[in-house]
Design a protein around this ligand. Structure first.
Ligand code: FES
Ligand code: MG
Length: 565
């Protein structure tokens, strides 16, 4: 049997002495020789008082431990960084790579034969998969799972799509201060991740499609007994993976990644997932071609009817059959021979999928919600290395639109002037916000969902074309062009836009163009100078981040974390 305690016994020169020392110290925890002579299964403990999305982690770890021991292994939980969206300054994206480094090095440093990755809030599972892919120790994911829906005055609420919708109504004067306070107690009624198809749910469903967690792991609610049974079964599976030596590299193949990206399109998932899975693939030297990703969406229809694009929530998706049922519908677009941590292939997962009579969450291929791509990759002189538009969450009438640019220099500028009654803006204008990319902000904030200027919102304007080098929360909606690459802070064309320029979006043609001639642009380019570095950029993690972070089309990973070409 594999036994991690004997791995990499070089710390003290003499292998025998190193093992003796390890055993002497671990015995201080009360372990017997019998316990120590078993496969060691590491479990990442990402519980934090700052992370309600991981509030059930202690219970999950107890269940994983039980599963590991039932299969004859020794569970060893260890802490890593935990990141919650709302408590990660300047952004959770800024910290994702730090968590990936932490996870990778702690898996590598500590003796373990397999690892169970317990995570859920937006950036955590991507960070953990990036780290595990690089460490390449047998691994299985246990997502924390989505929270249950909330209720307010007879209405079903979801974090945080309805946070935005109701806050917008509050801004427009339709909901008073007392009611919005009541709503804040009802939007996130249980532990677990956001229960709409935001980034956390999108990533969890893609992890399931990748074959990195057990069937049902992407969708089962955080609070349900089934989630604990999945955790227990994952502990047992980890012992098997250790014995088989099945590594992330064996599962995360180009075909498996294509399957995951197809699912991303079919669920109308979060734009953030494109960045994250590009980064995960990059760890294994797999290049994600954005145009190939766009082509997957043109082939595979949007089939899952969930907020923010659709009507339902994660618990409904789960009871409708979840990812396995969706995979069955998508089978013609998938490579079903891909292996999974459950032991078989995607074909086995599909064969065991449940058919739920009368469910209306997962559509049939013959009755799609949308065709032509839930997520569209745009190119043009404004985004030579690509930009992203969530077509499934956009206003159809705005998908072909030409308008006059109204430019905000930064997120701060947008906050300062966006609601100014004197702002010269009409509903047909195109809002441009820049210097909010990976380096520019820094940390690529989810500020791309620029609020409709208050005077237009009060006049009933619900959507406008908005363009930025920022990201957008997976829970947001609107005709919002994101991830414009290269970003403005590195001198991308977005930096050259001037107020009053004409911009043309044509989502069906996948074009985003600044209608200014090349000679003018060349003059503006020559006169451009980069924005000053943010405060604190001289040292520490921010320095490392600014030196190393790649652009969105390369997953915003650190350049030095990718394998040599
Ligand atoms: Fe953690 Fe939404 S805030 S998943
Ligand atoms: Mg989010």
């Amino acid at each position: 049997m594999a036994n991690g305690l004997r791995k990499r016994l070089t710390s003290y020169g003499d292998a025998g002495f190193s093992l003796f020392l390890r055993k002497a110290f671990i015995k201080a925890m009360g372990f017997s020789d019998d316990a120590l002579d078993r496969p060691i299964i590491g479990i990442t403990d990402t519980f934090s008082d700052f992370n309600p999305c991981h509030g059930n982690v202690p219970d999950l770890i107890a269940a994983i431990r039980r599963g590991v021991m039932l299969a004859g292994g020794l569970p060893m939980a260890f802490p890593t960084i935990s990141i919650h969206e709302s408590f990660a300054h300047p952004t959770s994206m800024f910290l994702r790579n730090l968590m990936a480094l932490d996870t990778e090095e702690m898996i590598r440093a500590q003796p373990m034969d397999a690892v169970v990755l317990v995570g859920g809030c937006d950036k955590t599972l991507p960070a953990q998969l990036m780290g595990a892919a690089s460490a390449d120790v047998p691994a299985i994911v246990v997502p924390t799972g989505p929270m249950l829906v909330g209720h307010h005055r007879g209405e079903v609420l979801g974090a945080c799509t309805d946070c935005r919708r109701l806050w917008a109504r509050h801004r427009a004067g339709e909901i008073d201060a007392t009611e919005i306070e009541a709503v804040s107690g009802r939007l996130a009624p249980t532990k677990g991740t956001c229960m709409v198809m935001g980034t956390a749910s999108t990533v969890a469903c893609m992890v399931e499609a990748l074959g990195m967690c057990l069937p049902g792991g992407g969708t089962c609610p955080a609070t349900h007994a089934e989630r604990l049974r999945l955790a227990e079964a994952s502990g047992t599976a980890a012992v098997r993976l250790a014995a088989e030596g099945l590594r992330p590299r064996d599962i995360l193949t180009p075909a498996a990644l294509r399957n995951a990206f197809t699912v991303l399109q079919a669920i109308g998932g979060s734009t953030n997932a494109v960045i994250h899975f590009t980064a995960i693939a990059g760890r294994l030297g797999i290049l994600v071609d954005l145009d190939a990703f766009d082509a997957l969406g043109r082939a595979a229809p949007v089939l899952v009817d969930l907020k923010p694009s659709g009507a339902h929530y994660m618990e409904h998706f789960h009871w409708a059959g979840g990812v396995p049922r969706l995979l069955r519908e998508l089978a013609p677009f998938l490579d079903t021979s891909c292996r999974t941590v459950a032991g078989g292939t995607i074909a086995d997962v599909i064969a065991a999928a449940e058919d739920v009579p009368g469910q209306n969450v997962i559509r049939g291929r013959d009755a799609p919600i949308m065709t032509g791509g839930g997520l569209a990759v745009l190119r043009g002189n404004l985004a030579p290395q690509g930009a992203l538009l969530k077509r499934s969450a956009a206003t159809p009438a705005l998908l072909r639109h030409e308008g006059r640019a109204v430019v905000f220099e930064s997120v701060e500028d947008m906050i300062a002037r966006g609601d100014d009654p004197a702002l010269q803006i009409t509903p047909d204008d195109v809002i441009v916000m820049r210097n909010a990319g990976p380096k520019g902000a820094p940390g690529m904030p989810e500020a791309g969902y620029v609020p409709i200027p208050r005077k237009l919102a009060q006049a009933g304007v619900k959507d406008m074309v908005r363009i930025s080098d920022a990201r957008m929360s997976g829970t947001a909606f609107g005709t919002v062009v994101l991830h414009v690459t290269p970003e403005a802070a590195t001198g991308g064309p977005l930096a050259l836009v001037q107020g009053g320029d004409r911009i043309r979006l044509d989502a069906d043609a996948r074009r985003l163009d600044l209608l200014v001639d090349e000679a003018d642009l060349a003059r503006r380019r020559a006169a451009w100078s980069p924005p000053p570095p943010p405060p604190g950029a001289e040292r520490g993690y921010l320095r490392l981040y600014l030196d190393q972070v790649l652009q969105a089309d390369e997953g915003c990973d650190f350049a030095f974390c990718r394998p040599p070409a």
